[in-house]
Design a protein around this ligand. Structure first.
Ligand code: M6R
Length: 606
C-alpha cells in the first residue's frame, strides 16, 4: 500500500531518496516524508500531499546526510495528517522508522508502551515500532536485537526500515507479508518496497522473504532470520526492467503511455514460452476442479479467461474474485487455482493462494512483477513481462494477462481435442495480428474518443453493457470509468436490462453498448435488441461496434465503428475503446489520472 525506501551511501542521499519515493508514489500518495541522519540524529521532514509538493514545501533537498529512509503513504490507520505521515520517531528522537502493512495488535502494544511512559505523536499503527525498539534499547538490548525483538512482537503484516543515530551508516529493515527488496549498488545500497525504488541506480537486487531482516550499509548487506538471527544466503537477481521504461517518455500521463505500450506488451505476452502455456493448460485440464481468480481488474481479466475456456476448450473454469473466493467456491486437495495479478502483492489474492496451498490445491499465477510474493508462492508461475506499470489504473498489464489466458485456453482446447492443430494455428495467428491492429487503432481513434469524452463528460451516470465475451469488457470499462474519471458507472450483461435495469433508463443515464460483430449472428442480434429497448424508453446509447451497416444508425447518439477483428480478438479491441474513453473522460474532467484519489497501485492490506 505504502512505498518505503532507504539509501546508505558515501554521499548525500536526499536527492536520490526524493526521486525514489517519486518513483514509488503510485503505491500511495496522500502524504510522504523522509528522515536523513545527521550528527545529532534523524532529521524528519513530512507532510500531506503529493511528493513533489511536499518536497518543495518541506525542503527535502536541504537535508544533509549519507543515510536516510523515506515513505509515501496510503492511509489505513489514522487520517491523512502531517503527524500520521511517516517517518515516525522514538520519544528520544534517536531513531526513525517507516512502515508498510498493518500491525493488527498495535492497540495492545501501544497501550503497554503508554503505560511505560511513551508519548505517541500519531494515530498510526506504525509508530509503535519506533517505541518498541526504543523500549528494547532501554532494557539494554543492542540496537540490532532491539530491532528484531520489536519485529517479533508485531502481528499482521509489515515491511519496516529504520535508521538510528547509534548506527549512522546502517539501515535495519525486515518484513512479514509486505514486500521488501534490497538494491545492490557500488558503495551504495538500497531498500525498497519494489524495484522502482532504486531501478535508476542498480539492477541487482535481493528479494527478502517473510521472517527475514537485513542490516544494510554503504559497503554491503547481511540478511538474517528474525526468529534467531541466523544468516540467510540470498540469491542476487538481475532485473531486466530499465529505468527509462519507468518514465513518461513525452506522454502527459503514464496511463496514456501504458495504453500506447500495448502492442509491445501483447508481443511480450505472445512470446511467453510455449512450455509455460502448456504447463498451465495441463494444470487446468488435469485438475478435479479448476478456478481462475484475481481482484478488481485482474478479476475481470480472469472473467475474460472464463469465457475463452468455454469457447475454445469447452471447459467450465469459473472465475471468482479473490476477496470472495473462499466464501463462494469449494476448494480442496487436487483443485487448481490460477491467480492473476499485476503486482503479485495483492492481499486478497495472496490470502486465497495461501489458503489454497494449505488445503493441498495446486496453485499457479500469471504475474507481472518479477520477484513478487505471489510469483514465489505458487507452484507454477508465468511472468507476463509487461514491464513496469506505473499508473494506478491497470491497462497494459491487464490486456497481457488476457492474452496469456487466451493462449492457455487455446492450448487446453488443442489438448482435449476441441481444437484441431490447424485451428490452433489459425487462432494463434489471429492473436499475433493484434499488435499491428492495436497500433493502428490507437493512432487513428484517440482523437475520436477525446471528442466523445468532451461531449459526454458531464453525464454522471453510465451503464456499460455487453453480451458474451463483451460482458467482462463492460465490467472492466465501468471500473476504469469509476476509478479514473470518478463517474458512477456500472457494468452489466445486456441481457439483464429487461430483468430490472430498464427501470433506470431515462435521458440522464448514459448507456454504452459493446456490440459483437455481425458474424456472431445471435449475439449481435440480441445486443442490438437491447439497444432498441433503451431507445424505446427514451434512453441514450453510445455504440461501440464493428458493423459498417450500423453507420449513421439513429439508435446511437454517438457511435464508434471499431476496426474489424475476428470474433476471437474483437472483445480486446472493445477493451481498448473502454480504456481510451475512460482516459479521456478523466482528462476532460481534470482528474489526477495516474494517481486517482483514494486508490493505490498495490493493495497489500485486507
Ligand atoms: O496487482 P493486482 O493486479 O493484483 O491488483 C488487483 C487490483 O487491485 C487492480 O487491478 C485494481 O483494480 C486496479 N486499480 C485496476 O485498474
Amino acid at each position: 500500500m505504502c512505498g518505503i525506501s532507504g539509501i546508505v551511501s558515501g554521499e548525500n542521499v536526499a536527492a536520490k531518496l526524493l526521486s525514489s519515493i517519486q518513483n514509488l508514489e503510485y503505491r500511495g500518495y496522500d502524504s510522504c516524508g523522509m528522515a536523513v541522519l545527521n550528527a545529532r540524529g534523524p532529521v524528519v521532514r513530512k507532510n500531506v500531499g503529493h511528493v513533489a509538493d511536499v518536497a518543495e514545501k518541506e525542503l527535502f533537498l536541504s537535508l544533509e546526510g549519507v543515510t536516510g529512509i523515506a515513505h509515501t503513504r496510503w492511509a489505513t490507520h489514522g487520517g491523512v495528517t502531517p503527524a500520521n505521515a511517516h517517518p515516525h520517531l522514538s520519544c528520544d528522537k534517536t531513531l526513525a522508522i517507516v512502515h508498510n502493512g498493518i500491525i493488527s495488535n498495535y492497540a495492545r502494544l501501544k497501550a503497554a508502551l503508554i503505560k511505560r511512559r511513551h508519548k505517541f505523536a500519531s494515530e498510526t499503527d506504525s509508530e509503535v515500532i519506533a517505541h518498541l525498539v526504543e523500549e528494547n534499547r532501554k532494557k539494554g538490548a543492542p540496537l540490532e536485537r532491539a530491532f528484531t525483538s520489536a519485529l517479533k512482537d508485531l502481528e499482521g503484516s509489515f515491511a519496516v526500515a529504520m535508521v538510528s543515530i547509534e548506527a549512522p551508516h546502517r539501515i535495519y529493515c525486515g518484513k512479514h507479508e509486505s514486500p521488501l527488496i534490497l538494491g545492490l549498488g557500488k558503495n551504495e545500497f538500497y531498500v525498497g518496497s519494489d524495484f522502482n525504488a532504486f531501478i535508476e541506480h542498480t539492477k541487482d537486487a535481493v528479494v527478502m522473504d517473510d521472517g527475514e531482516y537485513a542490516v544494510v550499509s554503504d559497503h554491503g548487506y547481511e540478511v538474517k532470520r528474525i526468529r534467531d538471527g541466523k544468516p540467510v544466503r540470498k540469491t542476487i537477481m538481475r532485473i531486466d526492467w530499465d529505468s527509462e521504461a519507468s518514465r513518461k517518455g513525452g506522454f502527459p500521463h503514464y496511463m496514456l503511455k501504458e495504453i500506447y505500450e500495448q502492442p509491445e506488451t501483447v508481443r511480450k505476452a505472445l512470446s511467453v514460452s510455449e512450455d509455460s502455456i502448456v504447463g498451465l493448460a495441463k494444470g487446468l485440464t488435469g485438475a478435479k476442479r479448476a478456478y481462475l481468480t484475481g481482484v478488481g481488474t485482474t478479476y475481470y481479466a480472469a472473467k475474460v479467461g472464463q469465457y475463452y475456456f468455454a469457447s475454445e476448450a469447452d471447459l467450465g473454469v469459473p472465475a471468482a474474485s479473490s476477496d470472495e473466493f473462499l466464501e463462494n467456491s469449494p476448494l480442496a486437495k487436487d483443485d487448481f487455482v490460477l491467480a492473476v495479478s499485476q503486482s503479485g502483492e495483492t492481499y486478497d489474492t495472496l490470502r486465497l493462494v495461501r489458503e489454497a496451498k494449505k488445503r493441498g490445491a495446486k496453485t499457479a499465477a500469471v504475474v507481472n512483477v518479477v520477484g513478487s510474493t505471489l510469483s514465489r508462492l505458487v507452484d507454477q508461475v508465468v511472468l507476463q513481462g509487461s514491464g513496469p506499470e506505473i499508473c494506478v489504473i491497470s491497462t497494459k498489464a491487464a490486456l497481457a494477462q488476457m492474452i496469456i489466458l487466451m493462449r492457455v485456453a487455446i492450448e487446453a482446447g488443442r489438448m482435449n481435442g476441441r481444437l484441431t492443430p490447424a485451428e490452433k494455428r489459425r487462432k494463434t495467428a489471429q492473436l499475433e495480428a493484434l499488435p499491428a491492429l492495436i497500433s493502428g487503432f490507437l493512432n487513428e481513434y484517440s482523437g475520436l474518443f477525446h471528442t466523445i469524452a468532451q461531449k459526454h463528460a458531464s453525464r454522471h451516470n453510465w451503464l456499460f453493457m455487453g453480451r458474451g465475451r463483451f460482458y467482462p469488457v463492460a465490467l472492466e470499462t465501468a471500473l476504469k470509468v469509476k476509478e479514473v474519471a470518478y463517474l458512477h458507472a456500472e457494468g452489466m450483461p445486456a441481457g439483464f436490462l429487461k430483468h430490472g435495469a430498464l427501470a433506470l433508463i431515462d435521458d440522464t443515464l448514459m448507456s454504452a453498448m459493446f456490440v459483437p460483430g455481425e458474424s456472431e449472428k445471435e449475439l449481435h442480434r440480441m445486443t442490438m435488441g437491447s439497444v432498441a429497448e433503451i431507445n424505446a424508453r427514451g434512453g441514450r446509447v453510445i455504440g461501440f461496434h464493428f458493423s459498417k451497416s450500423l453507420r449513421g444508425s439513429k439508435l446511437f447518439e454517438d457511435q464508434v465503428l471499431l476496426p474489424s477483428a475476428p470474433p476471437l480478438t474483437s472483445p480486446l479491441v472493445a477493451l481498448l475503446a473502454g480504456q481510451l474513453l475512460s482516459y479521456f473522460l478523466a482528462t476532460v474532467l481534470g482528474r489526477d489520472v495516474d494517481k486517482p484519489r483514494s486508490l493505490a497501485k498495490s493493495v497489500t492490506v485486507a
